[in-house]
Design a protein around this ligand. Sequence first.
Ligand code: MG
Ligand code: MG
Length: 640
Amino acid sequence: MIPSIATVCVSGTLREKLEAIAAAGFTAVEIFENDLIAFPGSPTEVKAICADLGLAIVTCQPFRDFEGMPDSRRQRTFDRAERKFDLLQELGCDLLFVCSSTSPEALSGIDRLANDFAELGERAARRGLRVGYEALAWGRHVFDYRDAWEVVRRVGRDNVGIVLDSFHILSRDLSLSTIGTIPRDKIAMVQMADAPRLQMDYLSWSRHWRCLPGQGDLDLSGFMQALVSTGYDGVLSLEIFNDRFRAGSARSVALDGHRSLIWLLDEASRRLGRPVPGTVSMPPPGPVEAVEFIEFAVSEAERPGFAALLRALGFARVGAHRSKDVDLWRQGDTRIVLNSEADGFAHSYQITHGTSVCALALRVPGAQAATKRARAMLDTPYAGAVGPGELDIPGVRGLGGSLLYFIDQASALGGWAQVDFEATGETVTGAGLIGVDHVSQTMQYEEMLTWLLFYSSLFETEKTPTQAVLDPGGVVQSQVIESGLKGAGHEGLRLILNGSQSHRTLSARFVTDFFGSGVQHIAFQTADIAATVKRLVANGVAMLPIPENYYDDLEARSDLSTEEIDAMKALNILYDSDAAGSFRQAYTQTLDGGLFFEIVQRDGYAGYGAPNATIRLAAQARLARPITIPAGLREGDALR
Ligand code: MG
Ligand code: MG
């Protein structure tokens, strides 16, 4: 199949859109009519721009309200079609894309519609053109692809086919079984879009909420399976109307688009057990077995303070890098690398973001395979400077320019820690932290779908539906991605992506203060949160105070005894439970720069304490530093 994208998917002027689409590696494009109308040049110029960029134009769509017109309007409709044929020929493409009529004047009757398409097909054939018919989910009479197919079947012309659009079919929960009965040469083209499951009218859902394959909840795998069974190997074109994409970067959306199609074809091939035409060959996605280490970029000046915090959290400095200004800290299965090098990647990251997580090292079944898959998925590889005797850890660029390293059992056992670091002899007494529970990344709201696709195309993952969490300054959207949790003998990865459209939420302020997207908090697991928090407090760690009302409410809504609740209150521990078990969590106060730590005790519980998130955000907002007003600022001036 040939990956393609409609210009409506990305932001910018037509030229900007086409450049972004070509830069993302596409070789085919659908021009959306509005983009052409707004273009201050002729269709011939658009054809030339596309040719320069190596883009074949699939169609210029749509052609609306064609079929079923009463006799009084019919001639005029065909005149419109002839003008559209002229345009297609000027653009150098051969497909007239007809979407089903929404006109209140349109009449029904399958024979009437078939007659209209037979005549349209005959007129198109005189010019060597083709016609494709798409059933819109909100079409007046034809809103089911099976009806559109019946029209096309009755027309019986070689140059009249059906357009299959995954959104129109899956949004209406139509059976996919008829797709497999359509001869491949009767499929004029295929459009792909995913969407979250929402209860709203089809038109608004389609116009604002479509998203890339893998970003939503529709059964695209089932759709692809049915499509592949026809033997279809033509154009597979993204048609995404999405407010976030319209506000986002054209280059990034186009790249995400290409990535989503590569992923979709790979996924379809794996399900089928043989490569679907157009599939890029790559290793299968694997689980993330564990977070192997977390690397912090810390300036020389801030290192003593941060090291003191790590020590208070129970970590010990167990290794010193052989050639770099880098330390290895450890507690339980958690390893933290503190990087204070005066140049290189971590240094430039630190200059931009302050003390921050500049890299996550993930343990995977095969580091080379993960790297190959990342390259095939158009991710950006990273190769850092390597000193003598040191391991070259493969990695890719992740969120906000941070790095994602891949480490496998061989390189973990063979010992990046032993090869790169000299033991200090320090022993870990610890505060009971046994491993990383989850990592929370905060980003611009517009970026959330990008990173969801990044992780889910790279690894074997599961995602939960997005949750809205109330912050005193607005709503924060939160999306959980999990990998490798069901594997025996390893921890897996739990990631939380957060983003907010309001400028006043903690998430939004983090992105502003941090000068970008990054890790906002890391949660460590303990088997005994009361003992751990007591130890942290004794070590001088400032914990986030939780209001007394929370515990009164907890008493009313849980089965916990008064003694248990009093013990939690004394230590500012929050509580939640689900059918499988209970969850206890506590937070450190936020460091300069917005980073904080969480301590969790997970007893069979699967979630993240979502009901407590609002309480936590309010507590953090109370402690947040007040905005300092610059001298000379007058009333009415913007503060940020
Ligand atoms: Mg469509
Ligand atoms: Mg958390």
